[in-house]
Design a protein around this ligand. Structure first.
Ligand code: SF4
Length: 260
C-alpha cells in the first residue's frame, strides 16, 4: 500500500484491511472484489491484485506463512527488490540492505560525495551493512533521509554533519534529484489512472453497464473510455458479462439502477 502512496493516506485502509484479512490465507480465500473494495481510494489497483495473488501463492506454496528468504519473497507477485529486502530485514532480521530514494540520497551525500546510480547505491549500502542488527542500520538510513537529508537538506541539526563527506568537503550537491532509485510519478489529473480509479469506484458500489461506466468518465471520449475498461479487464481487475461489468469475483447480485 505504501508504494507511491503517502503513509497518512494508507493508515485507515491498512487498518480496515488487516482487520478483514488477518492472515495471508484469509486474504487468499476472499474474492478479489473484496480486496479491491477494501483497497478504497489508494489507487494503483494492480497492486491490490498483486497482493491478492501473492496471498494465494503464500497460501498454496508456503503453507500460509510469509517466506523470510529474499529469493522467495522476490517470487511473490508485485514484490521487487526494495520490498523483498524491507520485509526480510524488518520482519525477519535478515542481513540485507534496504535502499530506496531516501537512502540513495543519504549515501550519495554522506558517504560517496558523488552521484550514485541505483546499482552503486546498493553496492555502497551492502558494504556498510553491519553483520548484526542490520534492521536498525537500515531504519537509521531511512530516517536520516526522511528527517534530515531531504532534497533540501537540514545539515545543522543532522547527526551525520560531522562525518558527512559532502557537508565536510563541499562541492555540488551529489544528489540534486536523489539517487534515482524511484521513478517520479506522472501527473494524476486527467490521466488514465484517474479515470480507471473512477470506473473502479463505481464498481465498488455494485455492477454497472458499460454505458453507465462510460458516463462516469464523461471527460474522456468513448473510444478512450472503452479502452480503459478493456484494460481493467485485461489486468484481471474487472469482468464483463454481456453489457454488465463487475469487479473480478464479485458475488453481489446485479441491481443496475434505471439507465445503467
Ligand atoms: S549533513 Fe546534510 S547532507 Fe550530510 S547526511 Fe546530514 S542532512 Fe544529509
Amino acid at each position: 500500500m505504501l508504494q507511491q502512496t503517502q503513509t497518512s493516506r494508507v493508515i485507515t485502509p491498512w487498518t480496515k484491511f488487516v482487520e478483514a484479512f488477518s492472515t495471508p490465507t484469509s486474504c487468499a480465500d476472499a474474492p478479489l472484489s473484496e480486496v479491491l473494495r477494501l483497497w478504497g481510494g489508494l489507487g494503483y489497483h494492480r497492486r491490490a491484485k498483486a497482493l491478492h495473488d501473492a496471498a494465494i501463492m503464500i497460501r498454496d506454496e508456503f503453507d500460509g506463512a510469509v517466506p523470510n528468504a529474499v529469493a522467495d519473497l522476490r517470487r511473490l507477485p508485485g514484490v521487487g527488490e526494495y520490498t523483498a529486502n524491507a520485509v526480510a530485514s524488518f520482519a525477519f532480521g535478515e542481513c540485507v540492505a534496504v535502499v530506496d530514494t531516501n537512502v540513495g540520497r543519504v549515501l550519495a551525500r554522506a558517504v560517496a560525495n558523488r552521484t550514485l546510480s541505483v546499482r552503486d547505491a546498493r553496492v555502497v549500502a551492502n558494504e556498510l551493512l553491519p553483520r548484526s542488527n542490520a534492521a536498525a542500520f537500515n531504519q537509521a538510513l531511512l530516517d536520516l533521509g526522511a528527517q534530515f537529508c531531504t532534497s533540501t537538506p537540514r545539515c545543522d541539526p543532522c547527526p551525520m554533519a560531522r562525518v558527512c563527506r559532502w557537508h565536510v568537503e563541499g562541492g555540488p550537491d551529489p544528489a540534486p534529484r536523489s539517487a534515482g532509485v524511484s521513478r517520479p510519478q506522472s501527473k494524476f489529473q486527467g490521466s488514465d489512472r484517474q479515470a480507471r480509479g473512477r470506473v473502479l469506484a463505481a464498481l465498488r458500489e455494485r455492477p454497472h453497464s458499460v454505458r453507465h461506466l462510460l458516463a462516469c468518465v464523461d471527460d474522456v471520449d468513448v473510444r478512450r473510455g472503452t479502452t480503459l475498461i478493456a484494460g481493467l479487464i485485461a489486468d484481471g481487475l474487472v469482468e464483463q458479462r454481456g453489457q454488465l461489468v463487475r469487479l473480478s469475483g464479485d458475488v453481489q447480485p446485479a441491481r443496475p439502477a434505471r439507465g445503467t
